[in-house]
Design a protein around this ligand. Structure first.
Ligand code: C2E
Ligand code: CA
Ligand code: CA
Ligand code: CA
Length: 279
């Protein structure tokens, strides 16, 4: 067994080495990027299925480095999480997104929910609820305009702490949604205890929903469970008319995906909302 282990080590070492070198490089570069124009938020519309109206935006982080080029969030977010850099980075994202929501409000856009992704490390910060309240107060946004997207993983290590934090955020009037719902394999009993208002159905169930009866059954079950618990549902990764029709049939409340729009820069998002209002 020892031999195998050593062989395994030799086999994988170069790839691992390259991976860690890249991670370290990203973390160093990201630390420099904080507070610079390299980091921007884009916003993806969330559309109500019954009316077709834009009811929300998900803020998504983009990073363009002068030498590394555009780095994908799926690569730099994990690096930021491992290094702890996600805490200041996430605080920046929160403030930017809240400020943008207030700016749109002032510009006369209809009320929108601003959805912000929160990683587990941010969620575990003892001062998080107070930080959220402070940002809302300073930027002048009503708490119920903010929706924090949490994955099931946030509660994994410390369910009691998670419930405590959610209670505190809930008391402050902030909404919470479970992101990538159905992929975390965690106990459903937490749904009763968590002060959430929305389930975000993961893209993996939406992708083949048009011709896969199993995915249809899973989505139908999630929607019906959400109804029973008084929660709303949003599907992510909706790309086609066929997926949309199927989700409508299943009774999903909201839709997000390339079918309506890719994530947009702030001014393009505003134009998108106005164009749909005029239509
Ligand atoms: P997520 O929260 O599940 O975000 C949805 C991802 O799906 C986004 O990728 C979005 O651009 C992409 N997407 C949206 N519609 C479609 C579609 O119709 N088809 C397909 N194929 N993809 C679609 P993105 O922006 O690359 O972000 C990837 C992940 O990085 C996010 O997944 C989220 O976990 C993380 N992330 C992004 N921004 C932030 C942030 O500010 N903070 C934290 N903690 N995580 C973030
Ligand atoms: Ca999300
Ligand atoms: Ca998601
Ligand atoms: Ca997802």
């Amino acid at each position: 067994a020892k031999h195998e282990g050593r062989n395994g080590y030799r086999l994988f070492a170069p790839a691992m080495q390259a991976h860690f070198t890249r991670q370290l490089q990203l973390v160093a570069a990201l630390r420099q990027a904080l507070g610079s124009a390299q980091l921007q938020l884009v916003y993806q519309p969330q559309v109500a299925l019954h009316s077709g109206a834009v009811v929300g935006a998900e803020a998504l982080l983009r990073w363009r480095h002068p030498e590394l080029g555009e780095v994908a969030p799926d690569e730099f977010i994990p690096a930021a999480e491992h290094s702890g850099l996600i805490v200041p980075l996430g605080a920046w994202v929160l403030r930017q997104a809240v400020r943008q929501a207030r700016t749109w409000r002032d510009a006369g856009l209809p009320p929108l929910t601003m959805a912000v992704n929160l990683s587990a490390a941010q969620f575990r910060q003892p001062g998080l609820p107070e930080l959220v309240s402070q940002v809302l107060r300073e930027e002048g946004l009503a708490p119920d305009c903010l929706e924090l997207e949490l994955t099931e993983g946030v509660a994994m290590h410390d369910p009691h702490g998670a419930v405590h934090t959610m209670n505190s955020l809930h008391e402050r009037g902030v909404r919470m949604a479970i992101d990538d719902f159905g992929t975390g394999f965690s106990s459903l009993s937490y749904l009763k205890q968590f002060k959430i208002c929305k389930l975000k159905i993961d893209r993996s169930f939406v992708r083949d929903i048009g011709d896969n009866p199993e995915d249809q059954a899973i989505v139908a079950a999630i929607v019906s469970m959400a109804r029973g618990l008084g929660l709303s549902t949003i599907s992510e990764g909706v790309e086609t008319e066929q997926q949309l029709a199927m989700l409508r049939e299943q009774g999903c409340d909201e839709i997000q995906g390339y079918y309506y729009s890719r994530p947009l820069a702030a001014d393009a998002f505003e134009a998108f909302v106005r164009a749909r209002l005029a239509a």
